[in-house]
Design a protein around this ligand. Structure first.
Ligand code: TYM
Length: 335
């Protein structure tokens, strides 16, 4: 069976990009009988991005409820919190010791933080934590602890997957065995990068996100109305291929609906009306999930119980895996 694994960092509130780019395809995959799915809340990764405890706590609950509302079935999927699996930080250290510093020097996330400082005329290291630097190793441990074959993610995570493979290969080479499965990245081509309000990638860090559930239908509609468009008037043909509206529409529609929307743009539908159609298309999918979400978020103890069960299932794999690794690297029990 193919093991599929993916995670979401628990900072902030889930947005349409997380849903269409990660949650929806992951759940669809988990419903096919032939995969063994591992989905988790990356709350250790959240500590790299935020020191706001209340925000992380809230975000964990919201993201857990989002996965469940979107159709994750905890009986079929191993659904857990990273911080409930002590084998992950343990493996992170073992991998750290075989990871070339030069590899981490090339990581986009860390380089972006340094570049920003340089541009601002500051010390390149200002505010850059060792946690940010080590981010790819923690992510490699998430994946390698469970020998995942496929990792469905958005394009922004491709480099991290390449690094996880590099680190796994290095470890396998050093210890002369196929310890770790080499994970493969899986990108949903149609929706690989959902644009945000300003047309750039939808991202918490650009503050251009469209919330999935937060604020209800009203907030969703308001956000859709704020998507940036060009200044073409109603009646003038619009270019679907340069329009974030069309890209987002396609991520929520079947091919026939997308073709009709495309034609409407070419025929000169006004931006206001196009936005209303986009809102209605998204809302049709989101409304029933939002109802389940509201019910779930009111029962955090039920979510807690689901996550604890998931952690037990996950550790049943990770504990023996780590025992084998300790043996191999010279940390075997004496005598
Ligand atoms: P995170 O929390 O930033 O994003 C979660 C997932 O959503 C995808 N994504 C998008 N996809 C399409 N369009 C967008 N605009 C968009 N924005 C975000 C991301 O690519 C990701 O798949 N490091 C990871 C979390 C993580 C992880 C892992 C993932 C930690 N360990 C192990 C897979 C395997 C992250 O910060 O994702």
């Amino acid at each position: 069976q193919t093991r599929v694994l993916t995670g979401i960092t628990t900072t902030g509130t889930p947005h349409l990009g997380n849903y269409a780019g990660a949650i929806r395809p992951a759940i669809a995959a988990s419903r096919r009988g032939d995969v063994d799915a591992f989905f988790f809340l990356a709350d250790y990764h959240a500590l790299i991005k935020s020191d706001d405890a209340a925000r992380i706590e809230r975000s964990r609950l919201e993201i857990a409820a989002t996965w469940l509302a979107a159709g994750l079935d905890p009986a079929r999927v191993t659904f857990y919190r990273q911080s409930d699996i002590p084998e992950i930080p343990e493996l992170t250290w073992f991998l750290t010791c075989v990871t070339a510093k030069g590899l981490l020097n090339r990581a986009h996330a860390y380089k972006a933080a340094m570049d920003k400082n340089v541009e601002a005329g500051e010390d390149p290291d200002a505010g850059v934590t060792a946690g940010l630097y080590m981010y790819p190793v923690l992510m490699a441990a998430d994946i390698l602890a469970f020998d995942a074959h496929k990792v469905p993610v958005g394009r922004d995570q491709i480099q991290h997957l390449e690094m996880a493979r590099d680190i796994a290969q290095r470890f396998n080479h050093l210890h002369g065995r196929d310890f770790f499965v080499l994970p493969e990245v899986q990108i949903e081509e149609e929706v690989a990068t959902l644009p945000g309000l300003d047309g750039r990638k939808m991202s918490k860090s650009y503050d251009n996100t469209i919330p999935l559930f937060a604020g209800g239908a009203k907030a969703l509609r308001e956000a859709v109305m704020r998507i940036v468009t060009d200044s073409r008037a109603p009646g003038e043909p619009k270019d679907p291929d340069s329009s974030a509206l069309y890209t987002i529409f396609r991520a929520f529609a079947d091919p026939a609906e997308s073709a009709a929307f495309r034609q409407a743009l070419l025929d000169g539908i006004g931006w206001g009306e196009a936005k209303q159609r986009l809102f209605e298309r998204i809302e049709t999918d989101v409304a029933p999930m939002r109802e389940r979400y509201e019910a779930l978020i009111a029962k955090p103890d039920e979510i807690e119980a689901i996550l604890r069960d998931g952690a037990a299932k996950a550790r049943a794999i990770a504990t023996p895996k780590l025992a084998a690794i300790r043996d191999a690297i010279g940390l075997r029990a004496m005598g």
